[in-house]
Write a protein that binds this ligand. Structure first.
Ligand code: NAD
Length: 462
């Protein structure tokens, strides 16, 4: 057990203002592996002051130099990739391979993409008789969840730094260790003092203090819709800018003529990855009634293969929440085709990979975000019915369409109310804008669209 102290503020590890600590638990064996300080209002205030003091210098730093610092940060993340992966496995429980490729790998790609964008983005443009400047928004307060703990920090920090903003991050209480590692990487990369600051702490204390701080110009939040709504209200009350990346309940639409086995297998893999703790996971599989029974059988067989491979959920609370949803699915009349409420292991916060059949669109498990390894297979009568079901939730973050050919899949995807759609198994693109329609959020992350969130315009007329 390691007791960490200090917050990374103004380029150094400073003692926390209060005595409180947060225990970090390894969800695979339920052991406490570390403690970190529970930040207070004073710690947040010190961090925001440092970020404000550093803002004029960093905003005036030429984009090419900001790009060079981001490239250096990417190189440190590459050098420390194994350590990052091991840390995420220890505090989140994700299997080592996933930690390497996704939890450590994606932040490297995203940081690299912003090193390039900072160097090439048009921070000044001409329109008619005007010059338009794209200037940094100012001090960013970033509040992040635990499910992709480093990615979510990087998806906010890298574009903010590229834009010339300074940042205070409040990471999730379950996964603060990789956030501390990231602060070390920022330091090693030679990013000036105060440009990046880290305060660990509880959401309702440190998170709320950050959202409410008058020295923060933009609050960028990823997490639950319930907390996002509160943060949106705080920000709009203070006329601050706000970006919200919230929940999802994405549809995986398999049209007749698609490669059914591939669509089902990729769909199940998508839901089981990261133990289902992915906001953009395709948790509703929509299948034409003629192929329904075959799809359920394929999905159940695919899910069973994950029983020994799947990682735990992040915490006992999360496990109990997911089990509660499984019980609710059964109570509302859905049929368990694989898995169920029993845990596959005695120790650790595991939930069996679960597939529900005979799910109807109005059921709780078809409407609410479960955030666990639980797939619902729904039946549709025709394309219009499929579209109604796909669009029939309050969310709109991601989705997938499978069809005999791309044109047919794209025609369907154009009518979906959602921020991203993978066509016939399309690959993740770190440059594609990510974010939600409807209650899945406000704003976009990644690529040039993600950079634009951290910029505001000023125009000169000649
Ligand atoms: P959460 O909303 O409970 O916590 C997220 C962050 O907010 C944490 O850092 C937490 O400490 C902080 N927080 C909690 N209460 C707060 C308050 N009152 N004021 C300020 N900050 C507060 O969410 P979670 O359980 O950690 O994460 C799971 C949720 O995140 C899921 O609903 C998931 O869909 C969502 N999510 C969305 C995306 C996306 O990009 N759309 C990505 C990942 C996760």
């Amino acid at each position: 057990m390691k007791a960490h102290d200090g917050m990374y503020i103004d380029g150094a590890w400073r003692p926390a203002a209060g005595p409180g600590v947060i225990e970090v638990v390894n969800p695979a064996d339920e052991q406490v592996i570390a403690t970190v300080p529970a930040g207070t209002v004073e710690d947040v205030d010190a961090a925001v002051r440092a970020a404000r003091a550093a803002l004029p210098g960093w905003a005036a730093t030429p984009p090419a130099e900001r790009a060079a610092r981001l490239a250096a940060l990417r190189d440190v993340l590459v050098a420390r990739q194994d350590e990052i992966a091991e840390t995420v496995t220890a505090e989140l429980g994700s299997p080592p391979k996933l930690s390497q490729t996704v939890h450590a790998g994606v932040p490297i790609a995203v940081t690299g993409s912003y090193a390039e964008l900072a160097a090439t983005y048009a921070f000044e443009e001409r329109t008619g008789n005007s010059t338009v400047l794209h200037e940094p928004v100012g001090v960013v307060g970033a509040i992040t969840p635990w499910n992709y703990p480093l990615h979510q920090i990087v998806a906010k920090t890298a574009p903010a730094l590229a834009a010339g903003c300074t940042v205070v991050v409040k990471p999730a209480e379950d996964t603060p260790l990789v956030a501390r590692l990231f602060a070390e990487a920022v330091h090693e990369a030679g990013i000036p003092a105060g440009v990046f600051n880290l305060v660990t702490g509880l959401g309702p204390v440190a998170g709320q203090a950050l959202a409410e701080h008058p020295g923060v110009d933009l609050v960028s939040f990823t997490g639950s819709t319930a907390v996002g709504r509160r943060i949106g209200a705080i920000a709009s009350g203070m006329v601050k800018k706000v970006a919200l990346e919230l929940g999802g309940k994405s549809a995986n639409v398999i049209l007749p003529g698609a490669d059914l086995a591939r669509a089902v297998n990729v769909g199940v893999a998508n839901v089981m990855s990261n133990s289902g703790q992915t906001c953009s996971a395709w948790t509703r599989m929509l299948v034409h009634h003629d192929q329904y029974d075959e799809a359920v059988e394929l999905a159940a067989a695919a899910a069973a293969k994950y029983r020994d491979r799947i990682g735990p959920l992040v915490s006992a609370t999360q496990r109990d929440r997911v089990r509660g949803y499984i019980a609710k699915g059964v109570a509302e009349g859905a049929r368990l085709a694989a898995g169920g409420p029993d845990s596959p292991h005695e120790r650790g916060y595991y939930v069996s990979p679960t597939v529900f059949a005979d799910v109807t669109p109005g059921m709780t498990i078809a409407q609410e975000e479960i955030f666990g390894p639980v797939l619902s297979v729904l039946r549709y009568a025709d394309e219009e019915d499929a579209l109604r079901i796909a669009n029939g939730t309050v969310y709109g973050l991601a989705g997938a369409v499978w069809a005999a050919d791309e044109t047919e899949a794209v025609a369907f995807a154009r009518r979906m109310e959602t921020g991203q759609v993978d066509i016939n198994g399309g690959r993740f693109n770190p440059l594609a804008p990510f974010g939600g329609y409807k209650q899945s959020g406000v704003g976009r992350e990644l690529g040039a669209h993600g950079l634009a969130e951290y910029l505001q315009t000023k125009s000169f007329q000649f």
